[in-house]
Design a protein around this ligand. Structure first.
Ligand SMILES: [Mg+2]
Length: 259
């Protein structure tokens, strides 16, 4: 995308003029290009500075909503307060918004980790990611594709069917969570907490559809990449997201003078 299409440009202008803005961003595949090693994911150069700039504007709140654990999201994204971080697909909130005690789910999580570890035993290239409330099975780097499909199916049909377990499937990953929540609920909670009068959300994966689904008229949803989506607009890649971020800052900055 060499420039932003006129309809999307106009939508950014409209949302930027709202009184109190909540701007939510997915991390992997949206701010940071997808890479084979999840530990190597970093935002595009310049993106962090732009996010901080947006968050410093009056009546403007910025949050990253990721499937990653909050601690990992903080470390890899390198963003700083006042930007807020929500991890584990909307199940792991900033401390000030945490309302439930997750210790009783810890035992179930431990059992899931044991089961999944056994299922994944001997599958070359598989990556198990244990987070505070979930375990994710990444098969992106499993070169034997039949084995990858087979492992995913076994995870879904065995530990994935246990009671109290929420299953999330994304691109090349299946995740078993012991906590409720998704990105849509996270957006609703942040919107209410902040008293936002409009929300923007950009994301690339199937788990981001929960987020797009709760957007209201006057909000702005942008899907990164192609495929079926509830988002009104789409762009191709993180470079385009950075272009939208720049536009949002400039429109929000100029509308602040009029508000
Ligand atoms: Mg993503």
């Amino acid at each position: 995308m060499s420039e932003i299409p006129p309809e999307l440009h106009k939508a950014v202008q409209q949302v930027a003029a709202t009184e109190t803005l909540l701007s939510c961003w997915d991390f992997d595949g949206t701010l940071a290009p997808i890479v084979a090693d999840p530990e190597a994911a970093r935002p595009l150069p310049g993106t962090v500075e732009l996010l901080q700039e947006l968050a410093a504007l009056p009546d403007t709140h910025v949050a990253l909503l990721s499937g990653r654990a909050r601690a990992d999201l903080a470390r890899l994204s390198q963003v700083e307060p006042p930007i807020e971080l929500v991890g584990c697909h909307g199940a792991e909130f900033p401390p000030r918004l945490v309302t439930s005690d997750l210790t009783e789910q810890a035992e179930l999580l431990q059992e899931l980790v044991t089961e999944v570890t056994e299922l994944a035993d001997g599958v070359e290239g598989v990556l198990l990611e244990v987070k505070p409330v979930s375990v994710a099975v990444h098969v992106r780097n499993v070169s034997d594709r039949d084995l990858a499909t087979d492992l995913t199916e076994r995870v879904l049909s065995s530990p994935g069917t246990r009671s109290g377990v929420q299953v999330t499937t994304g691109k090349e990953v299946v995740e078993l969570s012991v906590a409720e929540g998704n990105k849509g609920e996270a957006i609703d909670i942040l919107r209410g907490d902040i008293g936002a009068t409009a929300v923007t959300f950009m994301g690339d994966d199937v788990t981001d559809e929960h987020g797009f689904a709760v957007l209201e008229p006057g909000d702005l949803g942008v899907k990164v990449g192609f495929g079926e989506t509830a988002a009104r607009y789409h762009v191709a890649e993180p470079e385009d997201v950075q272009m939208l971020l720049r536009l949002l800052i400039s429109e929000r900055g100029s509308s602040a003078k009029d508000r």
